[in-house]
Ligand binder design. Structure first.
Ligand SMILES: Nc1ncnc2c1ncn2[C@@H]1O[C@H](COP(=O)(O)OP(=O)(O)OP(=O)(O)O)[C@@H](O)[C@H]1O
Ligand SMILES: Nc1ncnc2c1ncn2[C@@H]1O[C@H](COP(=O)(O)OP(=O)(O)OP(=O)(O)O)[C@@H](O)[C@H]1O
Lengths: 218, 218
């Protein structure tokens, strides 16, 4: 299991630390605010109060021996940057930096950060994609030659079970989820082979572009 | 195209507004800080400076007529809450609220928010999943509780057929396609149950976060 140091216990660092621990990673949580250390110490392997710009303090906690270090300090860019530089000097294999803006992100990359996250911007982009497209996704390129499409169930699929439709054998596509209205709400579920397609079902499928193009359109 | 009001132009609200506009949605951007309005006005349909707790001001901008309203005010919980309540009173069909913590999120739901986002916590959870699982190639949230992941085939899956692995029965995940190197090229295909997993195969799967977390990691 990877050994991960999380430096900075704001909402991002705290959520990250707890989820990592829950997933079985070994977590070393660091912050200079003692109250945050007290709040998290039962949820991680080690929680220690120190100033991340203090190189000796980091070495005393063996931060140079971790597999991954995440610099989750928010507002203090200078401290973030200095910490990231020190971590790369220690030889930490994978250093992730949280950046406030695209320009900050670029600076982190230039000093050697292996990965940069921008929580607010990434969540904004993700929400925008979902809202602009009130159907789950319209067509989303997953990888070369692989697309995810949303497709309202054509008439010839209505009242047939998924097993009966033999989508994989006949069309070489994989039906991954169905979106179905239930009164006011919408249910999104991964169907079993026995599920019967209903009119108005929206089928979310994955396949190559050629395969998807062969699906019946009416 | 949906008409979306974004109230609060911090990093989250600004990224959301620009991406929505780029995706073709009609965007009404609101903030009480005039400088933020100036910075964004060329990127959205309408940018207007007003205090979101001022009901008359909202009505004068026809915020009651939008399809979606996103309350992206950060630190001022009271203003966020009041604004959300007013939007639901106006009858805005879909109100999304940005929450600072799980407790704030719960309060927003109780006053009628249709959706709640927590950018820092969601990004922390997403990063935790990728870091705890170095086999994870990519992960994409499809909808509440449902994620698509790309996952390099762990050793215990090698040389076994998909039927034999019983992924749905054992892990409650749906293997949608396999990506396999073939010489220089890459083949992406929807596998039959007889397909045998090879080392280096990348498995693209869909399931709930809990189900995906149970997949073998080595
Ligand atoms: N030099 C430092 N050494 C250790 N911890 C630090 C240092 N500077 C800041 N921190 C810690 O980093 C944490 C996160 O910083 P801050 O609260 O500014 O970020 P934020 O962007 O508001 O976080 P979030 O959005 O994740 O809630 C704070 O708990 C703070 O104590
Ligand atoms: N009553 C209000 N009416 C209109 N705008 C408001 C009101 N209160 C706050 N705002 C605006 O909301 C915006 C976002 O708030 P704030 O900067 O506190 O959030 P944040 O959590 O730091 O944002 P982010 O993390 O997205 O950068 C600010 O630009 C602020 O001017």
């Amino acid at each position: 299991m990877p050994k991960v140091a999380v430096i900075g216990l704001g909402r991002f660092g705290t959520a990250l630390s707890r989820r990592l621990s829950a997933a079985g990673a070994e977590v070393l949580a660091i912050d200079r605010d003692g109250r945050l250390i007290d709040e998290i110490k039962d949820d991680v392997d080690v929680a220690v109060r120190l100033d991340a710009t203090d190189r000796q303090a980091l070495l005393s906690q063996e931060v140079d021996k971790v597999d991954v270090a995440v610099v989750a300090i928010g507002e203090n860019f200078e401290a973030s940057l200095l910490t990231a530089v020190v971590l790369k000097q220690f030889g930490v294999p994978h250093v992730v930096c949280r950046a406030q803006t695209a320009i900050h992100a670029e600076i982190f990359r230039q000093i050697g950060a292996d990965e940069v996250v921008q929580p607010e911007q990434e969540t904004g982009a993700h929400l925008a994609r979902r809202l602009a497209n009130p159907r789950l996704v319209d067509a989303f390129r997953l990888a070369d030659g692989l697309t995810l499409i949303e497709f309202s169930a054509p008439a010839e699929f209505h009242e047939k079970s998924i097993r009966h439709l033999e989508l994989r054998a006949k069309y070489d596509v994989n039906l991954v989820v169905i979106r179905r209205r239930q009164g006011e709400a919408q249910r999104v579920f991964s169907p079993s082979p026995e599920e019967v397609i209903q009119p108005d079902d929206v089928l979310v499928m994955i396949g190559s572009d050629e395969a998807l193009a062969r699906l019946p359109k009416e």
